[in-house]
Design a protein around this ligand. Structure first.
Ligand code: PEP
Ligand code: MG
Length: 326
């Protein structure tokens, strides 16, 4: 079984009816790069940049961040790297917001909100990402975007950083890296058609999208049994955001845990997704599943699933379909 999965490494992820699917890796630490390449990832769909700020008292400077990001870009050897800007606050790196953790961290000053409140940190990070992008294809991803206005503010900061780098004669790629948004807040998913006009790409974060849609803290064990991305409310938001991206002609991927679960691959493909980003350990199994699927049938099954309201029934329909593939 292991051997069979290993052999899949150099095989492209293509459905039985020859639809190409891209399988990218989520990474949190540069030490995962080797496993990422070994798993046959075609790129990094989500580089969580919090590692740059972890386990230290001071803030990393622009040169230090550039060097660490460049290491990732170089290791990926021409494959795309999607760098998410700092997603601090909430469950991550609470100490960075230093003593200012609000009454409800999940709903407080975190992620893009923190970056826009601390423009000095944000500018340094953007400068480092832009400098690293001279060495390979990079995309810039903004976490927890809620409104088109936040994206516009972030883009204005990026434009300013670009001008500063240009005046320092720092080499930058032409075109500049695309600027995309995470769709992980229900409001962003519902406004996805508006956001799609301003964003260069979407990455749907189903972990937070599930948490916020169902009002279930993803870190609280006492409600973990209620956390279910197969809730139709979550699935409808995912579907709507995907369709909005497709209508606007911008790339869209899924990068939450759903993307790495082979049980859900047929559903996600059937809903029209062609790019999934996951922990690299899941890539072989998801690829195996992709190769078993006929897209037309997956689309038909996905339509049936989307008429259901009971998550357990949805799970059963997916299991039935998966059983016909094995
Ligand atoms: C998500 O929220 O789905 C996501 C991919 O981001 P993170 O898990 O880092 O919050
Ligand atoms: Mg998230």
């Amino acid at each position: 079984q292991r051997r069979a999965l290993d052999r899949l490494r150099d095989v492209p992820a293509v459905t039985r009816d020859t639809i190409r699917v891209r399988l990218h890796a989520n990474i949190e630490l540069p030490s995962e790069l080797e496993a990422t390449m070994h798993a046959g990832a075609e790129g990094i769909g989500l580089l969580r940049s919090e590692f740059l700020f972890m386990n230290r008292a001071d803030m990393p400077g622009e040169d230090e961040q550039t060097a660490l990001l460049r290491q990732v870009v170089d290791a990926m050897d021409g494959r795309p790297v999607t760098v998410r800007t700092l997603d601090a606050g909430g469950d991550k790196l609470g100490s960075l917001v230093g003593g200012r953790i609000g009454p409800n961290p999940a709903l407080g000053l975190r992620a893009i909100r923190l970056s826009l409140a601390r423009v000095d940190l944000f500018e340094t990070q953007l400068a480092a990402i832009l400098r690293a992008s001279a060495y390979g294809p990079v995309r810039i991803l903004l976490p927890m975007i809620g409104t088109p206005d936040e994206l516009a503010q972030a883009r204005a900061v990026m434009d300013r950083v670009v001008r500063k780098l240009q005046s320092r004669r720092v080499p930058l790629p032409d075109p500049l890296p695309p600027l995309g948004v995470m769709i992980e807040v229900p409001g962003a998913a519902l406004a996805a058609d508006a956001l799609a006009h301003h964003a260069d790409f979407f990455a749907i974060g189903t972990n937070d999208l599930t948490q916020y849609t169902l009002a279930i803290d993803r870190t609280d064990d006492s409600v973990a049994h209620l956390y279910n991305p197969l809730h139709p409310a979550v699935l409808r938001l995912v579907q709507f955001a995907g369709e909005a991206a497709n209508r606007a002609g911008i790339p869209v991927s899924i990068c939450g845990e759903m993307a790495g679960d082979p049980r859900l691959t047929a559903l996600l493909l059937g809903l029209g997704f062609r790019e999934l980003s996951m922990s690299s350990t899941n890539i072989p199994r998801v690829k195996q599943r992709v190769c078993q699927i006929a897209m037309a049938e997956a689309a038909r099954r996905a339509m049936a699933v989307m008429t259901e309201w009971d998550p357990a029934r949805i799970g059963a329909l997916l299991d039935d379909f998966n059983a016909t593939l094995e």
